[in-house]
Design a protein around this ligand. Structure first.
Ligand SMILES: NC(=O)C1=CN([C@@H]2O[C@H](COP(=O)(O)OP(=O)(O)OC[C@H]3O[C@@H](n4cnc5c(N)ncnc54)[C@H](O)[C@@H]3O)[C@@H](O)[C@H]2O)C=CC1
Ligand SMILES: O=C(O)[C@@H]1CCC=N1
Length: 279
């Protein structure tokens, strides 16, 4: 398989490293390009056999898959760069939410997909959200999902739900890391417990809670019920939490969606010179 990665920043390098460490791809199957070429060269130095391309056009030439691991505002330029390298059987994969499949289909004479990864894929965990353009066959979709199954659970979603599912899957690790940090900081502030010890206990708790929900087969409600014995301490604290956090995640979701709509308008203007009112 020949796979091109354009953009070797945070997510591009994470995907490359996860695919290699999971044996989904060997370094010699991978060609990379990046705006700052020294960054691509440094990555390739760590994986003998990996190829560095000195233009995006070269990174897309003769590739089965071309992953665009760049920011939304960088798409228009990169899509132009690769236009003459792709052919009807190439599959271009975008990993960002505000670039629509229709934007890519409009500009590229090839098959297109959108796959939103998550930082959790670094440890071969979490989901990848899969959406496909019209020319992707069922075989193309299952081949791509087979590749992503080495590092994640691929889940097909409707493009109209991209943002909310990205909030849960890709932004979620940042949101829950933030909440855990607040919990630990408060523990230190309120009691003087050494931070390292408190953090270690909190991390074990989060890991164990994840296992209860997966391997343990428990629901979110069951976990709360089993811990919050009637009249006990947890029950009292959960009551307080419900009062104090009411509506907070609605506010969070409205915030991500407002930013998403702004980005979508900018990308649509760049691609089509017109505004789009999609969600
Ligand atoms: N951070 C996360 O957890 C997730 C990020 N994403 C998406 O991944 C995308 C990339 O994000 P990051 O990797 O965090 O960004 P980044 O800024 O770390 O990486 C982008 C890379 O693209 C390169 N680049 C920019 N313009 C280029 C061009 N014209 N030609 C070649 N290379 C170019 C930059 O040099 C940089 O190395 C974003 O669109 C983001 O929405 C998607 C899911 C999760
Ligand atoms: O907004 C996006 O497309 C992704 C999800 C998490 C970070 N960036």
């Amino acid at each position: 398989m020949n796979v091109g990665f354009i953009g070797t920043g945070s997510m591009g390098s994470l995907l490359i490293e996860a695919f290699i460490s999971s044996d989904a791809l060997s370094p010699s199957e991978i060609t990379i390009s990046n705006r700052t070429i020294a960054k691509a060269e440094a990555l390739a130095d760590r994986y003998p056999g990996m190829n560095v391309a000195y233009s995006n056009a070269e990174a897309a030439l003769n590739m089965d898959y071309i992953f665009l691991c760049i920011k939304p505002h960088e798409f228009k330029q990169v899509v132009q760069d690769i236009q003459s390298s792709v052919h009807s059987d190439s599959i271009v994969v975008s990993i960002t939410s505000p670039v629509l499949l229709s934007h890519l289909e409009r500009e590229l004479n090839c098959k297109v997909a959108k796959i939103i990864p998550s930082i959790t894929n670094m440890v071969r965990s979490g989901a990848t959200l899969c959406m496909y353009g019209d020319s992707m066959t069922e075989q193309d979709k299952s081949d791509l999902e087979q590749l992503f199954s080495f590092i994640s659970e691929p889940i097909r979603i409707e493009e109209s739900y991209t943002r909310i599912v990205s909030d849960l899957s890709s932004c979620g690790p940042a949101f829950f890391a933030f909440l855990l940090q607040q919990f630990v900081d408060a523990a230190v502030e309120e009691t003087g417990i050494p931070r390292d010890g408190a953090l270690q206990v909190a991390i074990n708790m989060l890991h164990g809670t994840g296992l209860l929900l997966t391997e343990g087969g428990m629901t979110l409600e069951q976990i709360q019920q089993r811990v919050a014995v009637p009249g006990g301490i947890t029950a009292k604290a959960l009551y307080m939490l419900r009062q104090e956090t009411e509506g907070i995640f609605n506010h969070l979701i409205r915030t991500t969606h407002t930013k998403y709509k702004d980005d979508l308008v900018k990308v649509s203007n760049a691609f089509c010179g017109e505004e789009v009112n999609g969600q």
